[in-house]
Design a protein. Structure first.
Length: 195
């Protein structure tokens, strides 16, 4: 029986300890909302008013001020971070604009060729180059044609000159023969008259 009483007493003490514990949060932990609710729950009622202990109210005030200070620090940090991000964005925009300028200059340089210090577009340069090449080829063909024509005329002129020289030589020989015959006749006539 003694064992039953000891067991019953231990069981009774154990169960009262379990049920007597409440889940009341301390006044300075949790969110501000839960701290307000905890303060209202702990306050006493007096004729439709709530009576709050001054220490609890001061703790709540300190917690609120701490929360406000933390929020203010976070806000200041966020504003500073936002300003640094804005500066970074502005810097990147400036760099991007400078890069775009460089890219456009490089594209224009790529699309153009410098000839005698003058920038000319590649397409215009190609057209001009091909026109000059075609003109030079045409000039070469024209000069070759003119040379061959001149050569043919020169060869014909040389042949005509050679024929003229041969005819002149023949004429000269005939003229010399005629002159000699005429001189002989004259000499013969002179000789006849002298006799």
């Amino acid at each position: 029986m003694k064992k039953i009483i000891i067991t019953a007493t231990a069981l009774l003490l154990f169960t009262t300890n379990i049920f007597s514990q409440t889940t009341v949060k301390p006044a300075n932990s949790g969110s501000l909302q839960s701290q307000f609710e905890n303060l209202i729950d702990k306050s006493n009622s007096f004729q439709d008013y709530k009576v709050i202990k001054k220490t609890s109210l001061l703790k709540l005030q300190a917690n609120i001020l701490d929360s406000l200070a933390v929020s203010k620090n976070k806000l200041i940090t966020n504003v500073a971070f936002q300003e640094s991000q804005k500066k970074t964005i502005d810097s990147l925009k400036n760099k991007s604009a400078a890069s775009q300028t460089i890219v456009s200059e490089l594209v224009s340089e790529k699309e153009s060729i410098s000839v005698l210090g003058i920038q000319i577009e590649k397409s215009l340069f190609k057209v001009s180059f091909f026109l000059i090449v075609i003109g030079l080829i045409a000039a070469v063909f024209f000069l070759v044609f003119m040379y061959k024509r001149s050569n043919i005329i020169t060869v014909q002129s040389k042949l005509a000159l050679k024929q003229s020289q041969e005819e002149f030589e023949i004429y000269k020989e005939k003229a010399l023969e005629r002159e000699q015959k005429a001189m002989r006749r004259l000499q013969d006539e002179l000789n006849k008259q002298k006799k």
